[in-house]
Design a protein around this ligand. Sequence first.
Ligand code: TMP
Length: 397
Amino acid sequence: MKKTFLNLLKQPITNSYLTKIDKKTKSKEFFYNLQVVYDSKTHLVSLSKPVNPKMQFTDKYAHRASQSITMLKAFKKVSQNLKKRFKPNKTMEIGSNDGVFLKNFNKKEIIAVEPCLNLAMITKKMGYLTYPNFWTKSLAKKIFKKYKGIDLIYSANTICHIPNLKEVFDAVSFSLNSDGVFVFEDPYIGSVLKMNSYDQFYDEHVHLFSLLSISKLLKKSNLRIFDVQLLSTHGGSIRFYVCKKFSKFNCSKRVFKLKSKEIKFGLNKYKTYLMFAKRVKKSKKDLLKLLKNIKSKRKKIISYGASYKSATIYNYCNIGTDLIDYAIDTTKNKQGKFTPGKHIPIKAPNGGIKKNVDYAFLGAWNFIKEIKKKEKNFLRRGGKFICHVPKVKLIGL
Ligand code: TMP
């Protein structure tokens, strides 16, 4: 049974940055109610009503995974480890974005699937065979006809975007060789609860996974988890290593350990999620209090990163240009536009935070290490970052 535990109010599509903010554009902006449910049968946490993927993954998709050095390094490392551990001849990536993972592979060794046409064109131009489609059973059949079974299927920050997980897993099960491996990683619900990072809920994050939920769901597609890893990327992610039910892989101790940790933490109890929702309300109150207090002293606050996550915060807390002057973001196709819903202007960083800025809200808090390194001068002259996780706080030198 699905029970709602969190209401993050009216939210826009996080990827829909506005090019102008006149009356007509504003009136056309799409909003939906962001409510989050816990399914007591599967333990899966999901949005109550996902947005139509065709509205999200368009030919104007803004996010570029290779924008951050942290992610470039992370994808290089995982590709090296996977090659060494599984020695795949044929690999496939589901959700290849701008090729940040692909580029660690020889062009003949890997196939890419990417529904956003603008992104699929990037990797096609790089020379990688890219299917500009959503991952479905019919696409799996098409690919299988041509290439037969796949040895390794990899996917990062994509599977949690897809409403119909049964179809995803059935299509994977169909495509894998008998000892093939499916490795996927997405933000981890355990980290969200621990860090109070409620901004991990937005239209694209249709589900947030736990080991408990994914184990249950995979069974229905004759798949099983044989290894698992918790990662620090994206503010806390989980990487699943999956194989066919009767495959050669033995289940690692890490799986049993994490399962009991999740049970101890209460990821299989509705009450745990209700308690989290209470903490979210408090976080909103604390953040607004801090921002208003700073603003009353006539200080300048900007947002560091016009991330998707920050859209959830700004819209839920009702934070607009009254509190945040503008956002800076390195992503070229976000610059010159306005954040969805609250319409905060986005600028290029142009050498970092400007001298007249006193505070920078960490819209990209998951890259804090990288940002602190880049913005040493800001911190040295007394500038402070505002961070809402795990609690609302200021970060200085
Ligand atoms: P993400 O968490 O969804 O990847 O979004 C992070 C955003 O922050 C992305 O738009 C890129 C931006 N960003 C910067 O502007 N400067 C930085 O130094 C980093 C690491 C990210």
